[in-house]
Design a protein around this ligand. Structure first.
Ligand code: KG4
Ligand code: ZN
Length: 365
């Protein structure tokens, strides 16, 4: 029997408050009926990072507005929903709690089933929402808060091949921008500067390439950049535009080379187990970087794997991915009660040891 499911999704685990309505008929491609995102960049800009308390309060203020806008723009009402899906972790706990409390209220008032969704599963399942990619596939999450290679076997079954042991790459771009007096978010600013820079002038390390496996490390790049910057300032009294561009280009090239080599290894490991029709999908704000994206495309082609990246609005935090992951969980029979808890850490692969570091945007899990 074909079952059409329409699910309202809520997302509030970091600095975006979001609500969306997604519909899927069994066996067909899902449709995003609406997706509303209220970012908080301005609220945090003076502080150089996300302030958890400010984020949580803003989520609490904006969630019901987002829900009303998402239902309105889908042309539907709560009574037309089959379930309410909400990010229940990992993330900044105050924000996750705001979302979970809002979803519980809606569920209690309407009697609709409640489904707690892992935020990382939302990202990891996005290629199925956007491109109907079949399991299994290899996933690289690269954002300001996450960096990991995952094999997606099923809606709730993931194997982590490796990930960052300290900063996420977006975090490293943001810190680099801050060290060089460039605006936030740092990724686009550093990428723009790097275009007119010489990537070979400064010798940045290529962290963890000397070790086997797919783990990554980005915090040393920021320390190296700080030393280089301080040396130029000590010698010349300040940075020229060209110095800044060369530092950005050298830093970005180190991230590109590291991600390219680790991706080559991850695809190699994936192919050992899943040799036919290999697909690698990427998600997260850092996937917007042209140099990184084209290096990943090249490596994928060399390894014979198909490369896919969702449109940017679905790579970054949004609630459509949460509603869709909710649909996938719902179809497995999963339901949560009003005792659903908000979890700051929630690894997708329960069998791998916890990752180190907690990042500016909460736990990397
Ligand atoms: O996925 P996202 O919107 O939020 C989470 O981190 O969950 O990613 C934002 C991150 C920021 O750190 C931002 O600097 C980075 O993605 N980013 C980029 C680029 N555009 C955004 N990093 C490198 N190059 C870019 N063009
Ligand atoms: Zn995210």
């Amino acid at each position: 029997m074909v079952q059409t499911l329409t699910v309202l999704g809520l997302e509030s685990s970091c600095d975006d408050t979001a609500a969306a309505v997604v519909r899927q008929s069994d066996g067909a491609r899902a449709q995003i009926l609406s997706s509303v995102v209220h970012g908080q960049t301005e609220l945090h800009s003076a502080f150089g990072g996300v302030v958890p308390e400010i984020a949580a309060r803003a989520h609490a203020e904006k969630l019901d507005i987002c829900v009303a806008q998402a239902l309105d723009s889908a042309g539907l009402a709560l009574r037309d929903m089959d379930a309410i899906a909400v990010t229940a972790g990992p993330g900044l706990i105050g924000g996750v709690m705001s979302g979970v409390m809002c979803a519980k209220g809606l569920s209690a008032a309407t009697g609709l089933p409640l489904i707690g969704v892992n935020h990382l599963a939302g990202h990891a399942l996005t290629p199925r929402l956007t491109d109907g990619i079949a399991f299994p596939y290899l996933m690289l999450l690269v954002s300001g808060g996450h960096c990991q290679y995952l094999i997606a076997h099923g809606p709730e079954r993931f194997t982590r091949l490796g990930g960052t042991i300290d900063d996420a790459p977006g975090e490293a771009f943001d810190k680099t921008a801050r060290l060089l007096g460039l605006p936030q978010p740092g990724g686009p600013a550093v990428e723009a500067e790097a275009r007119s820079g010489d990537p070979k002038r400064f010798r940045f390390p290529r962290p963890l390439l000397d070790r086997p496996g797919c783990d990554l490390s980005f915090s040393g790049l920021k320390t190296a950049l700080m030393r280089m910057r301080d040396q130029i300032v000590a010698e010349k009294g300040g940075l020229t535009r060209q110095d800044r561009a060369d530092l950005c280009a050298g830093f970005q090239q180190a991230v590109v080379d590291t991600l390219a080599e680790k991706t080559r290894r991850a695809i190699g490991l994936y192919l050992e187990e899943n040799p036919s029709d290999p697909v690698i999908a990427v998600a997260g704000g850092v996937a917007a970087n042209t140099a990184i994206r084209s290096a990943l495309e090249t490596v994928s082609a060399e390894m014979g794997a198909r490369f896919t990246a969702p449109p940017l609005a679905l790579c970054t935090d949004n609630a459509a991915m949460i509603a869709y992951a909710g649909i996938e969980r719902f179809r497995t029979g999963a339901r949560d009660g009003l005792d659903l808890t908000a979890r700051p850490r929630w690894p997708l692969d329960q069998t791998s040891p916890a990752m180190l570091g907690s990042g500016k945007k909460g736990a990397k899990a």
